[in-house]
Design a protein around this ligand. Structure first.
Ligand code: BMP
Length: 259
């Protein structure tokens, strides 16, 4: 049972190098918190990263919503990732035929350790992204998270779609480090990580379809290995304190799950 096994033990089943290093980081930092750094400018992105860096295992970016995101921004992000020991995930959700996804991913593969992709175009998205990684130094240490389910109201992700997405993780275990999903039964093997967005202590949702749960529910019931918190941390007056609080609650929920 995945949910009863520690991250230390699960690391032994990781076939993707990025998943293995994620398990290491999570254990070293006692953190299963991913911050979604959805801020409007490059300056704010670096500022928020410095504030939350000590508390996270993954920094998730949407670099295309950031004004003046430059190569220098990427270099600074990588320095912070090294300093605070976290991985950078560009949440680009690639969803194209392989040949286009390869070209799109080549734009971010240099600085992102992890990227997200939809599975709707079929399994060849995975080797396409692997090809984009392969042109980078240490490209074989990079990984993909496939979106099996979503947190938003009315989404079209059926159980069959989620299952077919999980099968792609079995087909390409060296490349698919994890799945983005909302239910505990989707993840097909012990070495694959479940990333679950939609976490907020203050509110149940937003006005555009987002749906939130608490850390306890997301980790304990929905099966998240890593939980994503965006506005709950980046849109409050003290992001560092909020990150510390979510880190503590999420890690406690993981310990409770093991017990
Ligand atoms: P917030 O906590 O502010 O709602 O941010 C959630 C983050 O997680 C966003 O960056 C969004 O792109 C991402 N996300 C999500 O909310 N639901 C999903 O199903 C998949 C996501 O990647």
């Amino acid at each position: 049972d995945r949910l009863k096994l520690s991250f230390e033990k699960r690391k032994q089943f990781a076939k993707s190098a990025a998943a293995a290093s994620l398990f290491d980081i999570m254990v070293a930092k006692n953190s299963n918190l991913c911050v979604a750094a959805d801020v409007p400018t490059a300056e704010k992105l670096l500022e928020i990263t410095k504030l939350v860096g000590p508390y996270i295992c993954v920094l998730k970016t949407h670099h295309d919503i950031v004004d003046n995101f430059t190569d220098d921004t990427a270099v600074e992000l990588q320095k912070l990732a090294k300093k605070f020991n976290f991985l950078i995930m560009e949440d680009r959700k690639f969803a194209e035929i392989g040949s286009i996804a390869l070209k799109q991913a080549s734009k971010v593969a240099g600085w992102a350790d992890l990227v997200t992709a939809h599975s709707n175009a079929g399994p060849d998205i995975v080797p396409a992204l692997r090809s984009a990684f392969s042109t980078c130094p240490e490209g074989d240490k990079k990984g993909v998270f496939l979106v099996a389910e979503m947190s938003s109201k009315g989404n079209l992700h059926s159980p069959e779609y989620a299952k077919a997405t999980a099968n792609m993780a079995i087909l390409y275990p060296e490349v698919v480090s994890g799945l983005v999903c909302q239910s505990p039964s989707v993840v097909p093997s012990l070495g694959v990580l479940q990333l679950t967005p939609g976490v907020n202590l203050e509110t149940k949702g937003d006005s555009l379809g987002q749906q939130y749960n608490t850390p306890e529910v997301v980790v304990g019931e929905k099966g998240a290995d890593i939980a994503v918190v965006g506005r709950g941390i980046v849109s409050v007056s003290d992001p560092a304190a909020a990150a510390q609080k979510y880190q503590t609650l999420l890690w406690q929920a993981y310990l409770n799950r093991l017990a």
